[in-house]
Write a protein of this length. Structure first.
Length: 146
């Protein structure tokens, strides 16, 4: 089972977990991205996500296929939300299932990094000071990886 979807409703991580769960798999890894209250030192009040939907869907389908093939995951489901999101709302969720944890975890990391780099989804941040700014999803956010 492989699925990637752009949605305009709340994302339910439990539904994604249920969708990929199966007795064949000993591991289900989940990544959840949510709207945070501060970005680059500015207070965030909301985010609007928009996309070139046809191209974004095609690219997300390709990424999911690449992840399934590269990491051997037996099931993977991805949802990315479009529209206006408030603080704490889930913007993206990925669930990947495999017999073992490492490939499931690796697949989720691969998918989120590829979505950020390749999928034409744009984010307009709204700030508590009344300003707004388009954010480049491919630009690192000042967080270093360990």
């Amino acid at each position: 089972m492989r699925r990637a979807s752009l949605v305009d409703r709340e994302i339910d991580p439990a539904a994604l977990i249920s969708e990929v769960s199966d007795q064949r798999f000993g591991a289900v890894a989940v990544f959840i991205g949510a709207v945070r209250e501060v970005n680059e030192g500015r207070g965030v009040s909301a985010i609007d996500y928009s996309a070139y939907v046809a191209m974004a869907q095609t690219e997300m389908d390709q990424i999911v296929a690449e992840a399934a093939d590269a990491f051997g995951v037996g099931a993977i489901a991805v949802e990315h939300r479009l529209g206006s999101l408030a603080l704490g709302d889930i913007s993206v969720a990925i669930a990947a299932a495999h017999q073992h944890r490492a490939p499931a975890l690796d697949a989720t990391r691969f998918v989120i990094e590829q979505i950020k780099a390749r999928v034409p989804i744009w984010k307009l941040e709204h700030y508590v000071d009344g300003g707004r700014e388009w954010v480049d999803p491919t630009r690192p956010s000042g967080v270093t990886s360990a």
